[in-house]
Design a protein around this ligand. Sequence first.
Ligand code: SAM
Length: 288
Amino acid sequence: MKQRAEPEAGVLYLVGTPIGHLGDLSPRARALLVAVDTIACEDTRHSGQLLTALGSKARRCSFHQHNTYGRIPQLLNELSSGHSVAVISDAGLPGISDPGEELVAAARQAGHAVICIPGPCAATTALVSSGLPSGRFCFEGFLPTKGRERRESLAAVVAEERTTVLYEAPHRLVKLLEELQELCGDQRALQVTRELTKRHEQQVGPTVIAALEHFKEHPPQGEFTLVLGGAPQQEQATMNDDQCRQQLTALIKQGMKPSDAAKDLSRSAGRSRRELYALLHENQKQAD
Ligand code: SAM
């Protein structure tokens, strides 16, 4: 299939860069970073090494959490004047716990095309190699570091039934594992991934307690992504036919219409309204 020539004038490109292994930079990302007019880097010094090694002569500017709102109008001006702009973060996909989200929203609102040149992301790399269900998942990134916000976020994370992916700094990892153990017990499934795509890549699990014991003995160093198994589904007690008949009869005796009684009971009995109607119908037939 013939591809569009890149970069195009007035387009904002989000470019995924390696999270460790330099071989993970795609040929498309490489070509774009060489040919684009301007590259907004989370850290110009950090990305400078990669860009210089690629032979990129693009204009570089810093774009990080402390200058986001000042920089956005300047970058939009560049797009309006027909330049192409790329955004890269220190590692991985811009916009995932990294700058990018606000610029993309502003560019779209101003009518500019936004194209992502996909690349590595620690969250999805950890998820798919964890062995935990990945059909539906939740991404929380870094949790708030303290206070009520942290307690509330942790409570929501441990109650979540889908697999949840978290980022954590090495010096806070053991504390997070202790909190998870306290809130969801020893045996909740957990895979802690360390230094993904790098020489010392490691997976530690398969439970919260196993990871906690490991990192108490081996102080965490490097970069970490956690993949936490979902909370067990809340089992709703299901009433049997006799219990349902009794309850329906009682509700109807209290003056409820049969349809309302079936609707009301279906909420607490773990049975569908249609099943309850069928039971009522059988009762009626036996009475006739
Ligand atoms: N935008 C990035 C991405 O797409 O993955 C994430 C940026 S966030 C500021 C950095 C955090 O991602 C790290 O603190 C760590 O939790 C996680 N991370 C990044 N690289 C990693 C790696 N190689 N192995 C494990 N986790 C990593």
